[in-house]
Structure formats: C-alpha cells, structure tokens
Write a protein that binds this ligand. Structure first.
Ligand code: BTN
Length: 266
C-alpha cells in the first residue's frame, strides 16, 4: 500500500489531505475511533497494510494478512440523529459495490447486512461503529471499516474460512491495484456521505437490488436459537423483513442476528 499512489489516484479530492497509511495496526476501526475521540476531522481515512486484530461483526475476528487485502476505515461526523442513520451499514455496502466495480470491473452482491459476496463466497465485510454524544445522544461520529480480500489464492486462506472465502484475484483472474481500490472506496464513501439523509430511499432501493438475501429461505441465528423463514425485503431502516414458518412477519435489525442460507454460508 502506497500513500503517494493513493493520493495520485484521488487527485484533488476533499478528503485527500486526510488519508493516513500505516504498515500495521491492531484494527483500523479501533485506532480511528481513538483518533476520533481526540478530535480527528470528518473524512479522516485510515488504511493499513495488515491488521493484527482485525474485527468483524458480532465480536468475530477478521483475518487481515499483510499485502493481501485492503483494510480501510473512514471517519464521518454526520449531522443527524442516530435514528436517521439506521441504514448506514446498508449505504456503506452499496458504496462498496460501486467502488469494487470501478476498480476491479465486477460488482459484488451483498449478504444482509454487511457481507460482500461474489459467487456466493465472502469477498469482504463492513464494520460500522457509531458513537453518541454523552449528553444529547446525538451522533458524535461513525467509523466505517471495510476489509476486502484482494490477492489471496485459495490455499492462502486460513482453513477455518477457506470454503466460504474468495478474493478479487480468484473472482476475476486479475490482480487488482489495491491503491486504486482504496481511492475508489474513498470517493465512494464521500458520495455516500453526501447522499446519506436525502438519498436514503434511493440507496435502500439500490441495496435491495444488490442484496442476495432478499427472496431466499434463511436461518436466523440469535445466540443459541435458530429460526427459519423467507426474507421478503428491506425496510426503510435497512432491517430485513422475514416471514417465519408460523406465518408471522417480522423485521429484524442487524444487532445480534446472523443470517445463513439454508444450505451454506449465503
Ligand atoms: C465482518 O466481516 O463482519 C466485517 C469485517 C470488517 C473488517 C474491516 S477491515 C478494516 C476495519 N478494521 C477492522 O478491525 N474491521 C474492519
């Protein structure tokens, strides 16, 4: 990963000045949250070549080997109430589909809520973390972190994820320029932020189009309980509307729920 190359690809972009590139961090989300607490500006972008403690949703880890992927977090300071930002992860997922398409020529699909998939295998994921102002409970900032598998060959994935993981190299047969991908992600997140509130309806329509979960028979896993149902659609906050086997329809929000297809990861 090369800061000058990323900055060159970005050109005169409003966030160019705020791009930081590190060799190794624990987690770009953790480090950027600490910087946010110290007053880092809206639009700060932190990129690392490897993470020693990359994190995923639901307390999972995200394996982040050096030189093999893009591990990038962006800090935004939205001027909005948390209730207006429920769809933030969905907006980030659509932005990521746009960025991957621009840099690598393929458009991933989304497994609700935050996984990017190609050919039913996981290409990467998104971890959104929102911090509130202690007194007013308004949104203080959000850190959106993305990890994309870029150049791994099949046997380079850890055996624990090998059967469900893919990379841009495996999906396209080509080596993606990771610096260009970083620049496209930054551009895409900038646009996402501009459209975050006014463009919500359109964003969720686009999300629904990219989402493979909608229309599928799924298992919903909440701690030890598994419920079966059919995913009907995405609601106005990015929640998944599910018709359960007993005929009842409920909308689930991403909180603690994990979704699986009936016969595998997707
Ligand atoms: C998931 O698969 O549940 C989300 C994975 C998110 C990984 C990215 S890599 C950059 C940023 N830093 C982290 O620790 N996690 C995110």
């Amino acid at each position: 990963m090369n800061k000058s190359a990323i900055v060159r690809c970005l050109g005169t972009h409003p966030w160019t000045e705020n791009v930081l590139v590190y060799e190794q961090v624990t987690s770009t989300n953790t480090v950027l949250k600490a910087m946010a607490q110290q007053g880092a500006p809206h639009g700060t972008v932190l990129i690392a070549d490897r993470q020693s403690a990359g994190r995923g949703r639901l307390g999972r880890s995200f394996l982040s080997p050096g030189g093999k992927g893009v591990y990038l977090s962006v800090l935004i300071r939205p001027n909005a109430a948390p209730t207006q930002l429920m769809h933030l992860t969905c907006a980030a997922a659509v932005a990521m589909c746009d960025a991957v398409q621009a840099a690598a020529g393929i458009r991933p699909q989304i497994k609700w809520t935050n996984d990017l998939v190609v050919g039913r295998q996981k290409l990467g994921g998104i971890l959104t973390e929102l911090a509130l102002e202690p007194d007013t409970h308004a949104a203080a900032y959000a850190v959106i972190g993305v990890g994309i598998n870029c150049s791994q060959d099949h046997d380079e994935f850890d055996p624990s994820i090998r059967s469900m993981a893919t990379s841009l190299f495996l999906s396209t047969g080509k080596t993606v320029d990771r610096n260009l991908l970083c620049a496209e992600i930054i551009r895409s997140f900038y646009r996402m932020n501009e459209q975050l509130i006014e463009g919500k309806e359109d964003t969720l329509l686009r999300y629904t189009r990219d989402c493979i979960t909608v229309g599928q028979d799924i298992q919903l896993i909440l701690r030890d309980t598994v419920r079966h149902g059919k995913a009907l659609g995405i609601d106005s906050d990015g929640g998944l509307t599910v018709e359960f086997e007993n005929g009842q329809t409920e909308t689930v929000s991403c909180g603690e729920v994990s979704v699986r297809g009936m016969y595998g990861y997707t």
